[in-house]
Design a binder for this molecule. Structure first.
Ligand code: 13P
Ligand code: SF4
Length: 301
């Protein structure tokens, strides 16, 4: 039996579902029951009803799955797969801000730790950030954390002023406007799709700034033959599989999130064999962190 077959057999025996983010390694995506963006994965985790969820993505995503599905065992096959941007909004620093600005609404991008989410009023993902911000009372001051690029892009879309936490995604921040301009010159027929974690100077040059799920839908719907894809390279695996005949071009040579690549097929297999590593969070943290996530899901459902 090869490794994907072994994983499939164990998954059945354990009653497990495998959820994977669009940036994970191709071979990991190929053994998953569902591949999606942060919002789609949150909804799947909540609705799966599975006793065991193997979550292939970075730590905050696996924590979100556990918070929304507390009765499931959530396996995170490589505990070292974290998100550097989530680590830029530490609980203590955000608590200090909250104490100094008790009237502000705290909007936490899902790319935050469970601990930091306990301080938030509402969460958002790249797929629903605009709707979430538009749903908030206009008189309230807002702190958006931790992604200043996403925050500024949403401010530009909604016209709503916000204070921005100085965080950023190292993978998306490396994509510079010059790279998009060069690719546009070389591929004049191409449609340019970028992730809203890119700098505003980059999103301005794109045809659309979309979540990873939004990009996949747009690529399917569009008649363009070529696409410049301003996000992590892992998504191109799924784009090619779903759209044979269309061409996908990364704007820079290796737009890679090293953390998403830490989860290997071997890790997935051994997590199912050993039932470890599991996401374990204090119940009080889960109860508090669930509130801003449920508010987000209520606005978007
Ligand atoms: P999506 O929600 O668009 O999948 O983005 C998650 C992420 O971490 C992007 O870097
Ligand atoms: Fe975090 Fe950026 Fe990796 Fe997304 S791509 S998980 S924001 S480091």
């Amino acid at each position: 039996m090869n490794m994907p077959e072994e994983i499939g057999k164990l998954k059945q025996e354990r009653g497990a579902v495998i959820l994977a983010h669009n940036y994970t390694l191709p071979e990991v995506q190929d053994v998953a029951d569902f591949v999606g963006d942060s919002l789609e994965l949150s909804v799947r985790a909540k609705e799966s009803g599975a006793g065991v969820i193997v979550f292939c993505g970075v730590l905050f995503m696996a924590e979100t799955a556990k918070i929304l599905s507390p009765d499931s065992v959530v396996l995170h096959p490589n505990p070292f797969a974290g998100c550097p941007m989530a680590d830029m909004a530490k609980f203590e620093a955000v608590r200090e801000y909250k104490e100094a600005h008790p009237d502000s609404l705290l909007v936490a991008y899902v790319n935050t730790s469970a601990a930091t989410k306990t301080l938030a009023d509402i969460c958002c993902t790249s797929g629903n950030a605009e709707r979430i911000i538009r749903s908030l009372p206009p008189e309230k001051r807002i702190l958006f954390l931790p992604d200043a690029n996403l925050g500024k892009n949403i401010m530009d879309q909604t016209g709503r002023p916000m204070e921005l936490w100085p965080g950023y995604c190292p993978t998306h921040d490396r994509i510079l406007p010059e790279a998009i301009q060069r690719q546009r010159r070389e591929h004049p027929e191409a449609e340019v799709l970028v992730h809203p974690e890119c700098r505003p100077a980059v999103t301005e040059l794109a045809d659309q700034a979309l979540s990873t799920g939004g990009m996949l839908r747009q690529v399917r719907a569009s008649t363009a033959p070529e696409f410049i894809i301003g996000t992590e390279i892992g998504i191109i695996h799924r784009m090619k599989r779903e759209n044979p005949g269309k061409t996908f071009i990364p704007p820079i040579p290796h737009p890679v999130c090293p953390n998403m690549k830490k989860i290997s097929l071997e890790d997935v297999l051994s997590s199912l064999q050993d039932f470890s590593p599991q996401i374990a969070l204090p119940p009080a943290v889960m109860d508090l962190a669930r509130q801003p996530l449920e508010r987000m899901l209520a606005v978007t459902s």
